[in-house]
Design a protein around this ligand. Structure first.
Ligand SMILES: [Ca+2]
Length: 261
């Protein structure tokens, strides 16, 4: 950048960028764009270097060494900040594949960031896939009675991105129903009834939750097992990240309104 100080600078830990500081700099950018509209929003050469040459003659001294970024630059910076946040919140997969031996009769166990608990004592992990059961060739969670559920072991809220669920062995009916309840971030519970088959079905949800519960008392399971696998979770987006992203979108809208033609 030839020694120029960027108007919008995001630290490597941009996810924690102070929103007020971003907003202030976007306002500053807006003012400068009004002062030098032909340099910032000219039809070609919107790069930093071009803008500096075109507007140089009329600039106050204290601005001559500072490049004038376009609002598109601001948008890019805001999106970059959001992207940095996303990369710090990579999705986590809980697939139970770390278990090399089957077990059942547990009240609770831990896998990855999640703690699973059951009120029936039938909770466990199946390794092989007996006949007539959902099978993806890898270990998966099983439970057959009452209800079970999971939450993060550290107590943090999370986004439930997706999970695979089906009927495992010891079930003769072609389908069965389970009710899934999601304890939502901010309060309240959302429930739905899923129809299980003898294959795993994948459900994408994207819900911000504190815990998830599976009610197996419908009766349609007939004493059979529910099979659960490939739970994908991610962190709940931080308000600061979304705020900076929203500011970027607002800046993009302003740029489009100002662009001639
Ligand atoms: Ca698995």
């Amino acid at each position: 950048m030839r020694g120029q100080q960027p108007l919008l600078a995001f630290d490597a830990d941009g996810v924690e960028q102070d929103v007020a500081r971003v907003a202030q700099k976007l306002v500053v950018s807006h003012v400068r764009l009004q002062l030098f509209p032909e340099t910032a929003l000219s039809g070609s050469g919107r790069g930093v270097g071009h803008g500096r040459r075109l507007g140089q003659a009329r600039r106050p001294h204290h601005l001559q060494e500072t490049a004038v970024p376009t609002l598109q630059h601001c948008v890019a910076a805001a999106v970059l900040a959001a992207g940095l946040g996303s990369s710090a919140r990579a999705a986590e997969l809980v697939d139970f594949d770390e278990f090399s031996e089957r077990f059942q009769g547990a009240a609770s166990f831990v896998s990855g960031p999640l703690t699973f608990s059951s009120d029936s004592g039938y909770l466990g992990v199946e390794i092989a896939a007996p006949a007539n059961g959902a099978d993806n060739g890898t270990p998966y969670l099983v439970d057959a009675r009452g209800s079970f559920g999971f939450a993060r072991s550290d107590g943090q809220a999370f986004v439930l991105d997706s999970f695979d669920i089906g009927q495992s062995w010891f079930t003769s009916a072609p389908t069965a129903s389970v009710t899934v309840s999601y304890d939502r971030v901010g309060g309240g519970t959302t429930s739905e009834t899923l129809t299980l088959t003898h294959d795993f079905s994948s459900f994408a949800r994207g819900l911000a939750v504190t815990a998830v519960h599976f009610d197996l008392t419908d009766g349609s399971l007939g004493g059979g097992y529910v099979a659960l696998d490939n739970i994908t979770i991610s962190a709940v987006p931080e308000p600061a990240t979304w705020a900076s992203f929203a500011l970027g979108l607002a800046a993009l809208g302003a740029a489009r309104r100002r662009r001639p033609g």
